[in-house]
Design a protein around this ligand. Structure first.
Ligand SMILES: Nc1nc2c([nH]c(=O)n2[C@@H]2O[C@H](COP(=O)(O)OP(=O)(O)OP(=O)(O)O)[C@@H](O)[C@H]2O)c(=O)[nH]1
Ligand SMILES: [Mg+2]
Length: 134
């Protein structure tokens, strides 16, 4: 246990074919090598949609046009405590690319099971697997 809880805006970005955007966390980052949904820390004074919009522009170069809250997850990694505010991004402009050098893939919901995610993400994956896909 150390430090305060980190508040994170996380985007489950869905394209018109129902695929989800995932990125691989880089060497030197917390949970390196694991796959994630793009996003990052909420800065002072930001709302969740503002933080999400900024992070997705910075990390993958897309502009959020429509988003809605999906679920919130608290998790204690031992070395770090996080609160993930997970939002569904159902409309966006631009072409997603890994602007920080991170590998990026679009995968179907069933394919999410083939990727290693941080422990906190298991609840997100389970939620998506239980959702209607239309
Ligand atoms: N973006 C993102 N972070 C996640 C996910 N799951 C999860 O446990 N986290 C944790 O949330 C924390 C903050 O996310 P982040 O590292 O993306 O924050 P950031 O973009 O502001 O990065 P920075 O610190 O390099 O500026 C990390 O400890 C990360 O391990 C996820 O699906 N997406
Ligand atoms: Mg990030």
């Amino acid at each position: 246990m150390s430090g305060a809880r980190v508040w994170v805006a996380v985007g489950v970005i869905r394209d018109e074919m129902g695929r989800i955007c995932i990125c691989q966390r880089q060497a030197g980052q917390h949970q390196a090598g694991k796959w994630e949904f793009p996003g990052g820390k909420v800065e002072a004074g930001e709302t969740l949609p503002q933080a999400l919009t900024r992070e997705l522009q910075e990390e993958i170069g897309i502009q959020v046009e429509a988003c809605e809250p999906l679920l919130a997850i608290e998790h204690d990694y031992g070395d770090k405590q996080v609160l993930l505010d997970v939002w569904l991004v159902s409309r966006f402009a631009g072409v997603a690319r890994g602007l920080e050098g991170q590998p990026l893939r679009w995968v179907s919901v069933p394919e999410l099971a083939d990727y290693g995610f941080p422990a906190a993400n298991q609840a997100i994956v389970a939620h998506l697997q239980g959702m209607r896909q239309d």
